[in-house]
Design a protein around this ligand. Structure first.
Ligand code: NDP
Ligand code: MG
Length: 391
């Protein structure tokens, strides 16, 4: 029996993780559930799963959480510190990092410090602080198994192979809802348009990130840290069907791919079970695979994609600043405060005003995250001055 802490149990990955736990009651038990502010769903989940602890990030909701769960003998806590502390509990074996954005970093570091295994969905942790997380991992018995479908695919393709024989990683991208939209129309798309992803149902932030393709930039950075392979050997390719989840090319020219339905249950179950194939996922038919297209990505229409190479070439805190500025711009776009094409402009504007810090400490990352968010927020605020961003 493995004890699971779900960091972000009320979201898209969190609820699908619960599906897996409920489908395998002899294998998994949820001992810690955490959420941001959706206290009602957290309470429903806790009533069903009976964890030892439920934590809500929004401290103003603590009273309600406690009132509803204390009679059931479930401990309650609130606030980001309590979330991080929960990761280190003795009744946790695996942490599923299913929270969104930078909020995943500190709890993930705490889990690594406590030697917990990690099923990593929260890519922003590796984007923002890949070097620090990798350094901490090398001094810990913790293992990271990726949940992101592309990284799970690469992880599966690499099993049984020799590191020296890996030539490159090929990361597939659906291309998002605007894959075929002419550049001039991108400026007027709405958040509702961007939230209509063609293949995947996911949380709002990552769905917008997929539409700008910064999600793919983040996945290139995530792959660099997970697999220790330089950016020059990681290639994105647009594959609109989302059937080939990613590929590895070897030195003899062989390419291995992992195929599957676009359904996160498979990579979640694979990571939770430590690579066992015990979960029955949606099957592919040959009709589903009748047509598989592969198209070079368009860096002009989707300039956010190129940020991966810029951030990895600069190293230090650049990727942390990209992530922070994107979080602010992504949210502003969802609130219809800026145009879709402003998202890249705001990130670029922020990077131009940030100094890169080489070999950063956790405090440096914290400060860069804070500063980049402030610069991006100011750019959003003065955005009606679109010309301010047009430099
Ligand atoms: P959602 O927005 O659906 O869920 C986010 C979860 O995190 C919710 O439980 C939310 O709580 C919680 N949360 C949000 N902010 C905070 C905070 N400040 N402190 C504590 N908890 C917080 O996101 P997804 O499930 O779509 O994505 C989660 C992560 O997985 C992201 O990093 C994403 O990039 C990655 N990922 C997602 C995929 C998918 O298919 N969805 C695929 C691959 C990767 P509340 O509900 O209360 O707001
Ligand atoms: Mg992905």
């Amino acid at each position: 029996m493995k004890n699971i802490a779900i960091l972000g149990s009320t979201g898209s990955i969190g609820t699908q993780t619960i599906d897996i736990i409920l489908a395998h009651p002899d294998e998994f038990r949820a001992t810690v559930l955490t959420a941001g502010s959706n206290v009602d769903l957290l309470v429903d989940q806790a009533r069903q799963l009976r964890p030892s602890l439920a934590v809500i990030a929004d401290q103003s909701l603590y009273g309600r959480l406690k009132e509803l769960l204390a009679p059931l003998g479930i401990d309650c806590a609130a606030g980001p510190e309590a979330i991080a502390d929960a990761m280190a509990r003795p009744d946790v074996d695996i942490v599923v990092t299913a929270t969104v954005g930078y909020s995943g970093l500190v709890p993930t570091l705490r889990a690594i410090e406590a030697g917990k295994d990690i099923a990593l969905a929260n890519k922003e942790t590796l984007v923002a602080a890949g070097q620090l997380v990798t350094d901490r991992l090398s001094a810990s018995p913790s293992r990271i198994i990726p949940v992101d479908s592309e990284h799970s695919a690469i992880y599966q393709c690499l099993r049984g192979e020799r590191d020296a024989e890996v030539e490159r990683l090929i990361i597939t991208a659906s291309g998002g809802p605007f894959r075929n939209l002419p550049a001039r129309e991108l400026a007027t798309v709405t958040a509702a348009d961007a939230l209509r992803h063609p293949n995947w149902i996911m949380g709002a932030k990552i769905t917008i990130d997929s539409a700008t393709m910064i999600n793919k930039a983040f996945e290139i950075i995530e792959a660099r840290w997970l697999f220790g392979i330089g950016a020059e050997r990681i290639t994105p390719i647009v594959h609109p069907q989302s059937i080939v989840h990613s590929m590895v090319e070897f030195t003899d020219g062989a390419i291995k791919a992992q195929l599957g339905a676009p359904d996160m249950h498979l990579p979640i179950a694979y990571a939770l079970s430590g690579t066992a194939r015990s979960h029955q996922s949606r099957r592919l038919s040959f009709a589903d695979m009748a047509r598989l297209d592969f198209i070079e990505p368009d860096y002009d229409r989707f300039p956010c994609l190129g940020l991966a190479y810029r951030a990895l070439a600069e190293g230090g805190t650049t990727a942390c600043a990209v992530n922070a500025a994107n979080e602010v711009a992504n949210e502003a776009f969802r609130q219809s405060r800026i145009a879709f094409t402003d998202i890249y402009r705001i990130i670029d504007h922020t990077l131009d005003r940030m100094d890169n810090i080489a070999a950063p400490s956790l405090d440096d990352y914290m400060e860069v995250n804070r500063r980049a968010r402030a610069i991006a927020a100011q750019a959003v605020g003065s955005h009606t001055a679109a010309h301010c961003l047009a430099d």
